[in-house]
Design a protein around this ligand. Sequence first.
Ligand SMILES: Cc1cc2nc3c(=O)[nH]c(=O)nc-3n(C[C@H](O)[C@H](O)[C@H](O)COP(=O)(O)O)c2cc1C
Ligand code: SF4
Ligand code: SF4
Length: 253
Amino acid sequence: MKVHLIYFSPALSTRKIMRAIGKSMDVPFEELDVTMGFDEALSIDEGDLAVFGVPVYAGRVPKLATEAFHKIKGNNTPAVIVNVYGNRDYDDALLELRNICQENGFVPFAAGAFIARHSIFPKVAVNRPDEEDEEMIVGFAKKCYDKYLEKEEPKPLNVKGNYPYREHGPIPLVPKGNSSCDKCGTCVRLCPVGAISADHPRKTNKELCISCARCITVCPQHSRNFRGLVYGAVRRKFESKCAVRKENETFFS
Ligand SMILES: Cc1cc2nc3c(=O)[nH]c(=O)nc-3n(C[C@H](O)[C@H](O)[C@H](O)COP(=O)(O)O)c2cc1C
Ligand code: SF4
Ligand code: SF4
């Protein structure tokens, strides 16, 4: 029996939460990070446990995660689904993730929506997941693992969310580098959509960029960031709108 942690995590908070879940289940886990794409086809055994994790983007599952997850098939394989979001809302993303997993042959029996620092507005939910969150994540993982071992007849997993899912346009914010860039190439290599050129790594291709903030997280010089008047105005509004702490939620079938 194996636990498979399968996740999309540009700015690494989802990865952190997924690893905490994996470590709290009493068996070794395998990680499949699909942030840079997934070009193979994979089938996961009925006896294994799959844990799928995504950040919430505009209340939805990020498109790149959906594309990768559709290449991973279950065989009535039990699954846990995880949303990580930046203290605004997860809207329809948990429902969407549940449906994607079901379409691909998995049987979701547990779900969690956990809060982490907002990757575009990092003062929102700063320092989360904190100790209290971590305790809850460990408790959630242990309960999932116990439930998995019980091997009960599957029951429907109900989660919050609406269908048709929330529609959204592109996010008009893209990060840029400043003069501290030493052209090391890290962001060029790790941008999931190739929006940064090796010759001009301070610039960003606006047509390609998905605003995922990965380049900000991985830049050793802290050179890249969202900047400018428009960003500043949106940030102030967003920070006041999302100032009240939200709590994690879990669901079981
Ligand atoms: C493009 C984009 C859209 C986002 N939309 C939402 C949202 O709708 N609701 C929310 O609470 N957080 C939202 N966030 C915040 C992320 O869900 C949150 O920061 C998450 O921890 C990022 O995961 P990662 O660090 O694994 O990339 C968004 C972040 C990005 C980059
Ligand atoms: S350039 Fe855009 S898409 Fe690429 S890592 Fe940075 S934010 Fe993400
Ligand atoms: S990771 Fe930072 S320092 Fe390296 S090329 Fe990108 S912006 Fe420049």
